[in-house]
Design a protein around this ligand. Structure first.
Ligand code: GDP
Ligand code: MG
Length: 173
């Protein structure tokens, strides 16, 4: 089970829809218009078919206080940050520190996704790294942490996310 976490509206639901489409079309890159998404109330499960079936559980952003009740058998975490919203960055940083310090997630692999880089005024990876002191966070964390810049809207970086999921899945099974 892979958890997909992040504040409300960062693009989690759109990402899983895109990954689902991408994995079922094997390499054809035209994703088409972004499908509409509804704010996730509670939690959504999505199966992604690659060589093996993978289940991604999205937890709605408003469930932040009880995310930890889902950490039990989780070896893989996607944590999403909205790169176009400076006002949400401090919340995301606190959420990230919280999950990295969770006892149950010490063995998990973590992929931090900076989404919405198609927006005209997005923060670059370098800017966000220095704003939340990401190198220090990564150095202190017990988990193996990877970062990626993506756009769930236009598809930038999504093939890399799929590859990371496959590799992590293989390593854990
Ligand atoms: N411009 C842009 N909009 C996005 C991107 N990803 C998601 N969105 C939009 O952000 C809004 C919230 O997306 P949603 O997937 O419901 O966010 P969630 O609350 O994290 O599940 C929707 O209107 C999406 O179309 C992106 O990469 N770029
Ligand atoms: Mg959602």
């Amino acid at each position: 089970m892979c958890l997909l976490l992040g504040a409300t509206g960062v693009g989690k639901t759109l990402l899983v829809k895109r990954l689902q489409k991408l994995s079922s079309r094997e390499g054809k890159s035209d994703l088409g218009d972004p499908p509409p998404t509804q704010p996730t109330v509670g939690t959504d499960l999505t199966d992604i078919m690659t060589q093996k079936k993978m289940t991604i559980r999205e937890l709605g952003g408003c469930m932040g206080p009880i995310w930890s009740s889902y950490y039990g058998d989780c070896r893989c975490v996607l944590f999403m940050i909205d790169a176009s919203d400076p006002t949400q960055l401090s919340l995301s940083c606190v959420q990230l520190l919280g999950l990295l310090s969770a006892e149950q997630l010490v063995d998990a692999s973590v992929l931090i996704l900076f989404n919405k880089i198609d927006m005209p005024c997005y923060m670059t990876l370098e800017e966000m790294k220095s704003l939340i002191r990401l190198p220090d966070i990564i150095a202190c964390a017990k988990q193996c942490i990877t970062t990626a810049e993506i756009s769930a809207r236009d598809g930038t970086g999504l093939a890399g996310v799929l590859r990371w999921l496959q590799d992590t899945h293989k390593a854990n099974s």
